[in-house]
Design a protein around this ligand. Sequence first.
Ligand SMILES: *Cc1c(COP(=O)(O)O)cnc(C)c1O
Length: 397
Amino acid sequence: MSFSIPYGKQNITQEDIDAVVEALKADYLTQGPRILEFEKAFANYVNSKYAIAVSNGTAALHLNALALGVKKGTKVITTPITFAASANCVRYCGGEVVFADINPDTYLLDINAVKKLLEASPKGTYSGIIPVDFAGRSVNLEAFKKLADEYDLWIIEDSCHSPGGYFIDSKGDKQHCGNGKFADLAIFSFHPVKHIASGEGGMITTNDEALYKKLMALRTHGIYKDDNAYTNSQMFASAGESDTTYPGWYMEMQDLGYNYRITDFQSALGLSQLNRAEKGLVRRKEIAATYFENFRNKDFIIGQSGVVEGHAYHLYIIEVNKRLELYNFLREHNIYAQIHYIPTHLMPYYRQLGWDEGDMPNAENYYKHCISLPMFPTLTNEEQSFVISKINDFYNG
Ligand SMILES: *Cc1c(COP(=O)(O)O)cnc(C)c1O
């Protein structure tokens, strides 16, 4: 048997290719109808009112921070166990990132650590929280929302790992990641390692109409094209010609926005992939259940992602000793496991802002042991058995 198995991989079908080719032959390469179609379908998938497609997940985060008014002096709390962009978006706007530790059982931002931070400072010190549905496991946003309301904070849910994921709320209802019920804004990424691939791409979801309108403008230079939104007079807009309406060419740049648009052919790919997302999720859950069953009684397992309702399994993580040796051993057998993540607060950029080892003991301890095993819908049973047997071989000498 000879395999080369990455930790994650996109799956492009003939349907996807056909959808992109069709988009390339259409009238619009960008700013066309497929973008809105993708947004509507995505909003429907996660149960949110609005969705805004953008050029990537990082752009989505940046726009969210802008729309929520992050600026110099704004303090925002997030987790160190995430992709750096979850924190960086605050810095793009000049704000201050305050890390809070993870819960060692869920690997998610620990609400008690956040509570401690909030209680230790006067109200108004912090402006927002960015919890991350890390690995695909949904944060309990109902609990975070309660805390956020108490301290007058906004919430950006980083759902890059969890399209289709959910948690069960206190009433026993499913609350889908990105549904906008508890968070002000949520973001997703369509990078090829994520569930839905569009090459590069991202999505913002929300239930807040004002934020939706603001984000739509910020995505395109802060330009508004809406008679009801204009602040310049009609007489000015028509350059003095008497008219009772704004002329057809008129638009206004009201905020300092960006070009963070997605293209129509990327949207076509995203839309086609979205149609298969649920199927992919079912397969991810199967793979997770198999890992769990095989590792649950092993002495060498310190912790693992486990079988958790609503988990979207972007990653399946095990915590082990001799992690570096295992990582190298697996590579020798062409199994490319990965580490998620080097804690963000220990990146040189954040160290020079004052963060240091010892600040986040749970995150740092997790980082010493974690390894993400191959997890993607087209992983075959045979390949997964090979991965499991190699891990067993490694620990059994
Ligand atoms: C991938 C990812 C991002 C960034 O998305 P891009 O589309 O790569 O810019 C942000 N946060 C998390 C948790 C991610 O996994």
